[in-house]
Design a protein around this ligand. Structure first.
Ligand code: ADP
Ligand code: MG
Ligand code: MG
Length: 206
């Protein structure tokens, strides 16, 4: 519901704060060493933007989150995550959400990321974590699981997808400029996606 959406976004902000240096370290290996800084700037702006924001639905919180990310983050991750949160939010325009509805919303978010960034699974991006999380939520929804179980499955799957990026060669984003030298490094965006889904699993039980 709306409170869970707020708790989720706050939990992401806390995780980003905690792992900011790690995200930047990962991006220094295969990018331009700003992913932690970008995410931190974005989620600090969101925390401020949500403080006095009155929302009636989870979707309103998440659309606001996306809009703020787009306007506050200059790197690739700002518009990609911003567009995803906006799409997820637009799909959650009722006061309460079940796993099936959440899976559909996440699918809209993934479509948004792919429309903008044209990356496919295996390209060593945030998609590699996100797509597995979406598949896990779908599977849980089809099995009739509750939201908490779906969120934990999503977090576990996102972390698996994150780890799977290490041997991949990047085909999108700055890391792709390195060609084969991008192999052997975990993707920063897949790592922040795993943080985002772990934050949801934590928010559900909070
Ligand atoms: P920038 O690369 O502009 O500095 P960030 O460092 O904030 O932006 O984000 C980098 C992350 O964005 C990458 O690790 C990757 O996961 C993700 N990314 C980059 N390009 C794309 C794309 N075209 N599609 C999906 N994700 C992408
Ligand atoms: Mg970067
Ligand atoms: Mg950058």
């Amino acid at each position: 519901d709306t409170d869970l959406a707020r708790t989720w976004v706050q939990a992401i902000a806390a995780a980003v704060e905690k792992h900011k240096d790690h995200l930047t370290q990962l991006d220094s290996a295969i990018g331009d060493a700003d992913h932690g800084v970008n995410m931190h700037r974005g989620f600090s702006a969101i925390t401020a933007a949500l403080t006095d924001y009155k929302a009636d639905t989870p979707g309103a919180v998440l659309v606001k989150t996306g809009t703020t990310l787009i306007s506050s983050v200059g790197g690739a991750s700002g518009p990609l995550y911003g567009g995803a949160f906006r799409a997820i939010g637009k799909a959650l325009d009722t006061p309460a959400t079940d796993p099936r509805q959440f899976a559909a919303a996440l699918a809209a978010g993934l479509a948004g990321i792919q429309k903008l960034g044209a990356a496919a699974p295996g390209d060593k991006t945030m998609i590699d974590a996100y797509a597995l999380a979406l598949a896990a939520v779908r599977q849980q929804a089809d099995a009739g699981a509750d939201f908490a179980a779906a969120a934990v499955a999503a977090a576990d799957a996102a972390e698996e997808g994150m780890r799977a990026t290490t041997p991949m060669q990047a085909r999108k984003g700055r890391a792709s400029y390195l060609g084969a030298r991008s192999m052997g490094h975990q993707d920063p965006g897949a790592t922040s996606t795993a943080l985002i889904f772990r934050a949801l699993a934590e928010a559900v039980v909070a």
